[in-house]
Design a protein around this ligand. Structure first.
Ligand SMILES: C[S@@+](CC[C@H](N)C(=O)[O-])C[C@H]1O[C@@H](n2cnc3c(N)ncnc32)[C@H](O)[C@@H]1O
Length: 272
């Protein structure tokens, strides 16, 4: 009977509407990691978000959660220092980090997780300067951890313009949270190397979606792959490598055509 009703167009639409409302209620609560909705802009996604959590990463509780993960959780003490998506970054980083390329800008580097976890695999030059760019609440905690560990090669900023004059730009799982990377990079003295990891790119059109991040909701972009690559190559970079990140995905219920089953990583080198 249910399946016969679903074949009547109006009933089918109504059934879908009910299912969508059910999912939206689930998304609004403890559906950690779930995605919901297709939007044109971040503002539209923010307006549509359920009122149950705050929006965005700049959140004290979230920063404390990261601190606990770094100090007591599964980043270092469990021995699982890195994930499979980190290996291509480590491969390229190891080949380009040297006494001429010591200035790293790590956009969305959180409390310094890549600086700490990659140090097990790469011997950093003594002159290394690793700058993490993240949101104010996150870097406040990052600074505390670095001070406690007496680390003097790790710096923190919330200013994208501090990427100016850096040799290597890393962005792991963070470019989807900002407006137009190519425009931002073209305003500064361009880094020689761009390592962009954990990126939602696919063959469809660019859109914004919302993710349930536990304590907060995050609006994020899903980019068109060709447009994303062309935007970077048009400002003077060459695409050297591209890989699949099979850990991250963006599956949006009711929108299979806009879902991304695997994220990507990209390595670009400056040509001119
Ligand atoms: C998904 S986490 C990725 C963390 C880490 N890089 C990794 O790969 O595990 C995204 C990071 O981007 C940061 N972020 C989000 N929006 C940002 C912005 N506008 N400026 C700087 N960092 C931002 C978040 O605070 C968070 O640390």
């Amino acid at each position: 009977m249910k399946s016969i009703i679903k074949q009547i167009p109006f009933a089918r639409q109504f059934h879908r509407y009910i299912k969508e409302q059910e999912y939206k209620r689930k998304f609004a609560t403890n559906c950690y990691g779930c995605f919901w909705g297709i939007f044109e802009t971040f503002e539209e996604a923010r307006q549509a978000a359920p009122q149950t959590k705050s929006i965005g990463y700049d959140n004290t509780e979230l920063a404390q959660e990261y601190q606990e993960m770094l100090e007591h959780g599964n980043w270092e003490s469990s021995g699982r220092m890195i994930a499979s998506y980190d290996y291509p970054v480590l491969f390229w980083l190891k080949s380009i980090i040297n006494h001429e390329n010591t200035n790293i800008f790590d956009f969305g580097g959180n409390v310094g997780i890549h600086f700490y976890t990659y140090s097990k695999y790469i011997k950093y030059p003594e002159t290394l300067k690793w700058t993490v760019c993240d949101l104010p609440e996150i870097i406040r905690v990052g600074k505390q951890i670095a001070e406690k560990r007496h680390i003097n090669s790790l710096f923190f900023t919330s200013n994208f313009e501090d990427a100016n004059n850096k040799d290597i730009f890393i962005a792991s799982g963070s470019i989807q949270y900002v407006e137009n990377l190519a425009t931002q990079i073209s305003k500064i003295r361009k880094p020689k190397h761009l390592l962009i990891n954990r990126l939602p790119i696919y063959n469809g059109r660019l859109f914004v979606t919302l993710q349930n991040g536990g304590k907060v909701f995050y609006p994020q972009y899903v980019f068109n792959k060709t447009e994303f690559i062309e935007a970077i190559t048009s400002i003077g970079y060459e695409l050297i490598d591209i890989w699949e990140d099979n850990v991250d995905s963006c599956m949006i219920p009711f929108h299979p055509e806009s879902s991304v089953p695997a994220y990507s990583g990209l390595y670009f080198q400056l040509r001119f």
